[in-house]
Structure formats: structure tokens, C-alpha cells
Design a protein around this ligand. Structure first.
Ligand SMILES: Nc1ncnc2c1ncn2[C@@H]1O[C@H](COP(=O)(O)OP(=O)(O)OP(=O)(O)O)[C@@H](O)[C@H]1O
Length: 251
């Protein structure tokens, strides 16, 4: 597999804060890669850089051989670089269906609203929300809002999907359902970058891990190796946590 999405020496500063510091990595097509690190490590900022929300201060973003460093969010969406938001913010007055149709239109593929709604039904069926397609988005529970967010990003017809804490606040059963969806999305050939604090979740689906700390990439590679890396244990996991992972058979 060749590089699909590549970051070369990317930095992002906000005033005096270097949120992302000289980060380089590549994703291969169809991979599931976990992006982990403490609060404030720069994970969301990295996704914002890739999707053109906050363009890189330094460095380059290359997607399918084309430099896309200065792209706008709508251009990123049209290229197939889609993301979910950590804080889920649907259009509350709009129906579940039209929230997803809006995603489809933002992604740029359907001809008009009727076609966008048709696409939306398909994505809602995939995440299990089609029975409540006509309800206002404001009425949804947290797990259903997360599913709606997923359906919206799928409606953009993504090639790379960046999932920002899609499991936060969910119970064990709901997480299992979300994991099943992530695996099924990956089976479609969509590359997934999974930002996640729940190590059990990260370890069960990721083929590779990237670890950010104070904006810098401190480790990268096979999940089992990365969680045993002393630097990662010190910066993020803690000895106790690493031991627990080992007992669970993940390390
Ligand atoms: N728009 C912004 N303006 C100023 N500072 C920002 C902005 N966005 C992020 N930061 C700062 O950049 C750093 C990295 O934040 P970021 O949200 O990317 O971390 P994170 O790893 O996603 O954290 P968390 O796990 O808590 O979501 C933090 O110090 C944050 O305060």
C-alpha cells in the first residue's frame, strides 16, 4: 500500500501556543489508525489542519499525491477528507434526515435536495437511525447524536474519515455497536483516523497507533509495541494503566 495521506513537518501555532509541532506521518489507504495522547496534546488541531479548518503554520499536507495544505474545509470535504466533531452539533430544528442530506450536499456529490435525501436515507439505515429520520435532531439521545454525526460524515462520501471521540459518553453496549460500525466503514475501503481516549477501543480496532504529546509525535507503530514504549507510558498511559492493558492481553 502506498501513502494516501501524508503530513510533512506540520506545525500549527495559535499566538504563542505551538499546538502541533513538526509532525510527519502517512496513512495508507484502508488503514485504521488510532491517534492518542493526553488532553491538549494537539489531536483535534491536527484534524483541523488536515481538513483546512486551521491551515498549517508550517509544513505540508499531501493527499493522493496532491498538495492540499491551504485548502478550505469545503474543498477538503469534496476531496473526501471528512471528520466528525468532538462536540456534536447537529442543526437542532432540522430533521435527522435533513442533517444528513446537508452533509451530502456539503460533500458535493448529489444533484439537489431530493437526491441528497435519498443518499441520506441510505446512510441513516447503515447507522440504524432511518426509523427516526423525520424527528428533529434536537430530540436525539447522545448515542443517537453520535450516530447522526457518523451518518453525516459518511454522506460526504469520505476517502479518509477522522473520528473525534465518537465513543465518549457511551456505555459498553453502545461502544460495541459503534465499534461494529467503524469496522464496517473500514471494510468499504475508507481510511480511518480514530481519535480516542478509551484504550480498550483503540486497541481493539487500530492497526497502527500515533501518539501525540505537547503537539509532537512521540511514538508511532504497531499498537502492542507503542503501548509498551516507556516514553508513551510516562507521557500518557501511566504504569498502572499499561499493566492493566497487559493483563487484558492487549500488550
Ligand atoms: N482555536 C484555537 N485557538 C487557540 N488555541 C487553541 C485553539 N485550538 C486549540 N488550541 C490549543 O492547542 C492545544 C491543543 O489542543 P487540541 O484541542 O488540539 O488538543 P487535543 O489533543 O485534541 O485535546 P483533547 O483530548 O482534550 O480534545 C491546546 O493547548 C489548546 O488550548
Amino acid at each position: 500500500m502506498s501513502d494516501y495521506l501524508r503530513l510533512e513537518n506540520v506545525s500549527k501555532t495559535f499566538g504563542g501556543i505551538r499546538a502541533v509541532n513538526d509532525v510527519s506521518f502517512a496513512l495508507k489507504q484502508g488503514e485504521i489508525v488510532g491517534l492518542i495522547g493526553p488532553n491538549g496534546a494537539g489531536k483535534t488541531t491536527l484534524v483541523n489542519v488536515i481538513t483546512g479548518v486551521h491551515p498549517a503554520s508550517l509544513g505540508r499536507v499531501i493527499f493522493q499525491g496532491e498538495e492540499v495544505t491551504r485548502q478550505k474545509p469545503f474543498q477538503a470535504a469534496r476531496r473526501g477528507l471528512a471528520r466528525t466533531f468532538q462536540i456534536v452539533q447537529p442543526f437542532p430544528e432540522m430533521t435527522v434526515l435533513d442533517n444528513v442530506a446537508a452533509g451530502a450536499l456539503f460533500g458535493g456529490s448529489p444533484e439537489g435536495l431530493a437526491e441528497a435525501r435519498e443518499h441520506a436515507h441510505r446512510h441513516l439505515a447503515f447507522v440504524g437511525l432511518d426509523p427516526i429520520a423525520d424527528q428533529p435532531a434536537a430530540s436525539l439521545t447522545l448515542p443517537n447524536r453520535k450516530r447522526l454525526e457518523l451518518a453525516k460524515s459518511l454522506a460526504m462520501n469520505p476517502k479518509v474519515l477522522m473520528l473525534d471521540e465518537v465513543n465518549a459518553g457511551l456505555n459498553t453496549g453502545e461502544i460495541d455497536t459503534a465499534l461494529d460500525l467503524i469496522r464496517r466503514i473500514s471494510e468499504r475501503g475508507i481510511t480511518i483516523l480514530l481519535i480516542e481516549h478509551l484504550m480498550k477501543v483503540v486497541m481493539s480496532v487500530s492497526q497502527r497507533l500515533l501518539v501525540l504529546h505537547h503537539g509532537a509525535l512521540i511514538a508511532e507503530g504497531e499498537p502492542q509495541k507503542v503501548v509498551n514504549d516507556q516514553h508513551v507510558v510516562e507521557a500518557y498511559l501511566g504504569e498502572k494503566f499499561a499493566k492493566r492493558l497487559k493483563e487484558m492481553g492487549h500488550a
